[in-house]
Design a binder for this molecule. Structure first.
Ligand code: NOJ
Length: 459
């Protein structure tokens, strides 16, 4: 029988992010992040600057105000993680909690809070994997100078990173700078995320600045003498051609370069994919001046990459689009889910990344969304999520057997929390949470995940 055993040093656990889970967004000195700001100020209204076309999205009426009440209940959550048998937890630090003015004074109560969380994890034998920034850039930096847009962004980020390394670096040995620098594209080019801008030059500058900020943090980490590992977490959506025609095949390649390598290659190699810019003049023209010199001045290699994998996409050639490509409907449907479940795509994602960048890989996110059924029993009886986890973890073991360096797997997310754009419409968690009171209950899938962690084997 083919046994799906997890290697001895394999990290397996759950993940979450500060703005989605902590709640307490305005307590103990924390200022607003860009994510809080747009939910709180624009909640329920059309995204700023958009008109009422089929593409208009409304900012969710719900806010990250309570998340999953992690800020107040962190100890109980971590005890649950220990019972689950997981050996790692991926979390992010909140920049506006730690430095409410973006740069300058440090909020000691935030340092104390994260010290308690990190110590509690370690006491329970759980390795913390810590992201410096999971999208929640302080809103005041956007108001001052466009946040990621600003040429000062890398300097602001480095200063913040140094504070975090100095405070937690003695105990945290696995760091990621950013979660999904692709948010620069979604926020400044596509207008889908705060700050909902639609400008190609501003978006490309945001991508460049996030790469420079990443290098400066990685460099600072090493200069400060720490010996842990530091990398970044990327979103990956493997792309296949709609049809096996030459034009669709090259459209799919172009789309992959745009959605993944435009972010990954600067971080991994200090270069943008020039072959993409050659094919899409609208993007080349909008690139910031002197981008290569800036990358050369700051480039610092990273130790690993985290991949957030949820689904795959299909692409066709379209001469009317600046990318000369557009997505088409997938073959498979996913009623009641935010993303379509496609386990084979996990292997495509790992293989694509390894083949190009030769870095150790963590599956830093993978998880199943399910529409909130507003019925605790139905929400907790999630056999479909068990199947989801089993199939994706089997794929991880297959990758390892093939010689692909997958070092860990993080289920997204530990407990039902706030989801950008969708508010609380979807539940991704292994733990069910009563939104109002914070009462928790293990879903069936958490019991299953616990068996996998304890047995170090996927059934
Ligand atoms: C990736 C993001 O990192 C996370 O914040 C989000 O909740 C999940 N995708 C699910 O959409």
């Amino acid at each position: 029988m083919y046994e799906f055993l997890l290697p001895e040093d394999f990290l397996i656990g759950t993940a979450h992010s500060s703005f989605q889970s902590e709640g307490a967004w305005d307590r103990d000195g924390k200022s607003m992040s860009m994510m809080d700001h747009f939910s709180v100020v624009y909640g329920g209204k059309p995204i700023p600057g958009t008109v009422n076309t089929k593409n208009v999205r409304y900012v969710s009426t719900e806010t990250p105000a309570q998340g999953c009440h992690f800020y107040d209940n962190y100890a109980a959550y971590i005890e649950d993680m220990a019972k689950t048998g997981q050996n790692v937890f991926r979390m992010s630090l909140s920049w506006p909690r730690i430095i409410p003015t973006g740069y300058g004074d440090v909020n000691q109560s935030a340092i104390e809070y994260y010290n308690k969380v990190i110590d509690k994890l370690l006491e329970n034998g759980i390795t913390p994997f810590v992201d410096l920034c999971h999208w929640d850039v302080p809103q005041c930096l956007y108001e001052e100078d466009g946040a990621y847009q600003s040429d000062r962004f890398p300097e602001w980020f480095e200063a913040y990173a140094r504070v975090c390394f100095a405070a937690f670096g003695d105990r945290v040995k696995l760091w990621s700078t950013f979660n999904e620098t692709g948010v620069a594209l979604a926020g400044y080019i596509n207008g889908r995320f705060p700050p909902y801008e639609k400008s190609r030059p501003r978006g490309l500058r945001a991508i460049l600045n996030s790469a420079l900020a990443h290098f400066r943090a990685v460099r600072a980490y090493r200069q400060m003498g720490f010996d842990g590992k530091i990398g970044a977490v990327m979103a990956i959506v493997p792309i296949t051609p709609a049809l096996m025609t030459e034009t669709d095949i090259s459209a799919a390649e172009r789309m992959s370069l745009y959605r993944f390598d435009m972010f990954m290659r600067p971080l991994a190699e200090g270069k943008f994919p020039e072959e993409f810019l050659d094919q899409c003049p609208a993007y080349r023209q909008a690139m910031p001046e002197g981008y290569q010199e800036k990358l050369d001045a700051w480039f610092e290699p990273m130790d690993f990459v985290g991949l957030n994998y949820y689904h795959s996409d299909r692409t066709t050639y379209d001469p009317d689009k600046p990318l000369l490509a557009r997505g088409v409907e997938n073959f498979y449907a996913a009623p009641g889910q935010k993303y379509q479940c496609y386990p084979v795509g996990l292997m495509d994602a790992v293989w694509y990344t390894w083949n190009r960048y030769h870095l150790p890989i963590y599956i830093s996110e993978n998880g199943m969304s399910r529409e909130d059924k507003h019925d605790e029993e139905l929400d907790c009886n999630d056999d479909d999520r068990i199947m989801y986890i089993r199939e994706h973890l089997r794929m991880v073991v297959r990758c390892i057997r093939m010689g692909l360096p997958v070092k860990g797997y993080f289920y997204w997310d530990d407990a039902d929390c706030f989801e950008q754009q969708s508010g609380y419409d979807y539940r991704f968690g292994l733990t069910w949470v009563d939104r109002e009171t914070g009462r928790r209950r293990w879903k069936k899938s958490r019991h299953y995940f616990a068996d996998v962690c304890h047995n170090r084997m996927v059934d």
